[in-house]
Write a protein that binds this ligand. Structure first.
Ligand code: FES
Length: 319
């Protein structure tokens, strides 16, 4: 974990503040890649994940942007109400589950609202690479659109296109139209609210494997209620490879909960399958993946133990 100082807070749009975090002694910070996020320990003890939205070449600061969610769970409210310039915050090292495929010949980026944050770092990187890309940025109105100053030049060049819907999705981006323009070699990156994630996920389902990349802020409510990892699948057991110990995982507990009850330390953050913290290698068995982080290749090796179940009787973890 790092102790960083809030050097400045900028109101980027209605309800959205960005926070510039620096080392209190002016040291350089650990590097990050476009699409990475950090865990932030918020006053009151809550831990939330926020994407880094600044240029990954910058080593002197991390910048995050936070939308104040009025009926949220309290993290964004505390960030807006309780954090001031000069305060210190504890944050994790940057972690990435959402990576740019730098060698791709072209890139299609779809951002919805505060989902623009990881994608801002990506377009900074694409500009450095002089890559071919276009970013469609959906929001309710110009006043609710963060980073407009940073994006003005790219809007002028046609690389960033705004879509304001005034709260009526029918007036917003026609996802199907944009997705129909698929050309071989294009990679897609998207992040935004549930409706956008669902629409883009549906339209991209026929794209070639490995070309679609997304980041969820929270599990889709219709699929996986936030914070709920229970009541899915059958009972099974996890085996800890190093000790050979076998633990039953009942329907009402996650693997993490079972391991912790046995005194085994498990690092977690979101416990909802979206942050990537609990990634664990498995050696045998058939996991049922319920996360929103791992791609098909990674699922052959790793499992997110905060939310996964197993369809085999035993899942052997490389612990
Ligand atoms: Fe976030 Fe498991 S703790 S994915």
């Amino acid at each position: 974990m790092l102790n960083l100082r809030v050097r400045s807070i900028v109101n980027e749009a209605v309800g959205i503040n960005s926070f510039e975090l620096v080392d209190p002694l002016g040291d350089i910070l650990p590097p990050f890649t476009a699409g990475a996020h950090i865990d932030v320990v918020i006053p009151g003890g809550l831990v939330r994940q926020y994407s880094l939205c600044n240029d990954p070449r910058e080593r002197h600061r991390y910048v995050i942007a936070v939308l104040h969610v009025v009926n949220g769970r309290g993290g964004s409210r505390a960030m807006h109400a309780d954090v001031r310039a000069g305060d210190d915050l504890t944050v994790s090292l940057p972690r990435s589950n959402f990576s740019l495929i730098e060698e791709a010949p072209r890139h299609l980026i779809i951002a919805g609202g505060i989902g623009a944050t990881p994608l801002m770092a990506m377009i900074e990187r694409l500009e450095v690479l002089e890559a071919e890309y276009v970013m469609h940025y959906c929001s309710r109105s110009p006043e609710r659109t963060a980073f407009r100053d940073r994006l003005a030049d790219l809007v002028e060049k046609g690389r960033v296109v705004y879509h304001h819907d005034d709260g009526d999705p029918a007036k917003g981006l026609r996802v199907a139209d944009v997705m129909q323009k698929y050309e071989a070699g294009t990679h897609l990156y998207y992040c935004g609210p549930p409706g956008l994630m669902e629409a883009v996920g549906r339209e991209s389902s026929r794209w070639p494997a490995g070309t679609v990349h997304s980041e969820y802020f929270a599990p889709p409510p219709t699929v996986w209620p936030l914070g709920s990892t229970r009541g899915v699948g059958d009972e099974f057991s996890v085996k800890v490879a190093s000790s050979g110990d076998l633990f039953p995982v009942p329907l009402n507990q996650s693997i993490v909960e079972v391991l912790r009850a046995a005194g085994i330390d498990c690092e977690t953050s979101c416990e909802s399958g979206v942050c990537g913290t609990c990634r664990t290698r498995y050696l045998a068995g058939t996991p049922e993946h319920h996360d929103f982080v791992l791609d098909d290749n990674e699922r052959e090796t790793y499992v997110m133990i905060c939310c996964a179940r197993a369809s085999s009787e035993v899942l052997v973890l490389d612990l």
